[in-house]
Design a protein around this ligand. Structure first.
Ligand code: FAD
Ligand code: NAG
Ligand code: NAG
Length: 347
């Protein structure tokens, strides 16, 4: 078999790389799309740096007025539309729609203007501000809406399985740099490569804007039916995130900026009285520690020329919302690829 001419390489097999690879396949049906990744969804013990294995993951919109927050809000709504179709057409994907609840002990002033019926998580989200009588002790503001949760290991394997069944290739290999992908691809018989997409999370660590935000959660056996987020008055967070398909419930979680500790620390579990009536009734299956691939200012969406007819398209820095923004981010990244490689060009 002769090597495919000019294939596209995606570095990374997290939610960002897999979403990008999926969209590239539909834009370039006759090209070979290859994922090169150090860690892949079937690995037995993922490192803390493989963020996609450690996410909850639930969808919780982040309303706000800065341009970054507005952009991220739109990306969340756009991604939710596609997730809705996936949940409906492919229940085996590990994505399921359910009620999301938020409790705030100390709501910012602008929350008083939010009303039942507003669009909060997207169209038809059944958004409702909770009545004072429905709020737990200590909570001043609460709401509920339709959103989705993701069983992350099921979902990543599902995306990867579809990618491969449509002719995508996967090579498990740790690169020393994104540039090395060009030579490595040629050595691996993939032919000449001119486009490498960098969806490496924050793992190459060359970009000084990226930093770790450590997150520790526990997986409990009990299955809850709603996702709950509580923002406490002291700035800490507590959440419940069910894993669809009987995967239990994630209870969390911490946010420690720049903290590299990989081992779980003793943590006090937050109590959700609707779920279990005392903390020791939680049936803890696993302590999780992951690192969110944070980047100041948000994602880097950018094409960098690295030599004659060679370019790296960057798509990393998802931070704490890489699932919630995944499809919209992938569209932005694929649009950059298409600026350099028109879909009808002979790949
Ligand atoms: C505790 C916790 C809770 C979270 N909760 C949520 C949530 O509720 N909702 C949500 O949307 N998000 C959540 N997140 C964030 C989410 O996990 C990330 O935003 C997302 O997984 C980032 O995906 P990614 O594909 O960009 O990076 P990653 O998942 O880190 O993937 C990077 C990929 O690049 C590969 N790679 C890296 N370096 C190299 C190299 N040198 N050579 C080859 N390959 C390489 C890796 O092996 C991997 O395949 C949470 C994160 C944590 C830690
Ligand atoms: C690729 O992504 C990493 C983040 O993982 C970043 O540090 C790096 O600067 C990017 N570019 C190259 C050429 O590696
Ligand atoms: C869902 O995720 C959990 C891990 O949280 C896993 O143990 C479980 O097997 C998953 N569900 C299915 C149906 O695979």
């Amino acid at each position: 078999m002769s090597p495919p001419n000019n294939s596209i390489i995606v570095i990374g097999c997290g939610v960002t790389g897999l979403s990008v690879a999926t969209l590239l396949q539909s834009e370039y049906p006759s090209a070979t799309i290859t994922i090169i990744a150090a860690e892949i969804p079937s690995g037995q013990s993922p490192s803390a740096d493989y963020a996609s294995m450690w996410a909850g993951a639930h969808y919780r919109p982040t309303p706000g007025s800065t341009s970054q927050l507005k952009q991220e809000f739109d990306m969340g709504v756009r991604t939710a539309e596609r997730m809705k179709r996936i949940a409906r057409d492919h229940p085996e994907s590990g994505v399921a729609f359910m009620t999301g609840v938020e409790y705030l002990e100390d709501p910012p002033a602008e929350f008083s203007s939010i009303k039942t019926g507003d669009v909060y998580a997207g169209p038809e989200d059944n958004f409702r501000v909770l009545d004072q009588t429905e709020l737990p002790n200590g909570v001043k503001w609460g709401c509920e809406y339709r959103c989705y949760c993701v069983n992350v290991s099921v979902y990543l394997k599902w995306l990867l399985g579809r990618f491969i069944s449509k002719g995508g290739r996967l090579i498990q290999h740790r690169l020393s740099s994104a540039q090395q992908a060009f030579d490595y691809a040629e050595e691996s018989g993939l032919g000449k490569v001119s486009t490498v997409v960098n969806c490496s999370g924050r793992n190459f660590d060359q970009d000084r804007k990226t930093k770790i935000i450590r997150g520790q959660t526990v997986l409990v056996k009990q299955q809850y039916h709603k996702t709950v987020t509580r923002q406490n008055g002291d700035g800490s967070w507590a959440f419940l995130i069910p894993r669809p398909q009987g995967g239990g419930t994630i209870v969390g979680g911490t946010k420690e900026i720049g903290d590299p500790e990989e081992r779980p620390r003793p943590e006090t579990l937050n109590l959700f009285p609707d779920f279990v009536d005392s903390v020791d009734k939680f049936d803890v299956l696993k302590d999780n520690v992951g690192r969110r691939p944070w980047r100041d200012g948000g994602y880097r969406f950018q094409t960098e020329s690295v030599g004659r007819d060679k370019r790296i398209v960057h798509g990393y820095g998802a931070g704490g919302r890489g699932y919630e923004m995944s499809w919209a981010a992938a569209e932005r990244i694929v649009a950059l690829v298409m600026e350099s490689v028109p879909a009808n060009s002979k790949l």
